[in-house]
Design a protein around this ligand. Structure first.
Ligand code: DGP
Length: 113
């Protein structure tokens, strides 16, 4: 995959409001928040989208969800949050480095738009 702006955020070449980091993932505030809390959780490994993940990525995919739950707890929203992963342009993906949106702090509709 070609590199995205998220690789630059991982390397700290451009700033981001980081809320969590370890050797496998990074979580930072979305620059265009869609809810009072809107955090992106990304693998440090460059995977363009869910559909491009392989069986080698099984652990990191699960890890991102576990971390999402922990970050929600740290942010005080563990009882009500929404996780979104857009896969592909027609599903709303604009940055082709896999990311989990963690949204909280308002009510959400179902079905999603
Ligand atoms: P998606 O549409 O699912 O690909 O979401 C991409 C998100 O990434 C979008 O909500 C805006 C956010 N975003 C794009 N560029 C930057 C950036 O440079 N910094 C931060 N913090 N967020 C970004």
């Amino acid at each position: 995959m070609s590199e995205t702006i998220f690789s630059k955020i991982i390397r700290k070449e451009i700033p981001a409001e980081i809320v969590y980091e370890d050797d496998q993932c990074l979580a930072f505030k979305d620059v265009n928040p869609q809810a009072p809390i809107h955090v992106l959780i990304i693998p440090k490994k460059e995977i363009a989208k869910v559909a491009d993940a392989s069986s080698d990525d099984q652990n990191i995919l699960g890890y991102l969800l576990l971390k999402a739950g922990e970050i929600a707890q740290d942010l005080g929203v563990k009882d009500a949050f929404r996780l979104v992963i857009n896969n592909g342009e027609n599903a709303g993906q604009t940055v082709f480095h896999l990311h989990v949106h963690l949204l909280a702090g308002r009510s959400f509709n179902w079905p999603p738009g």
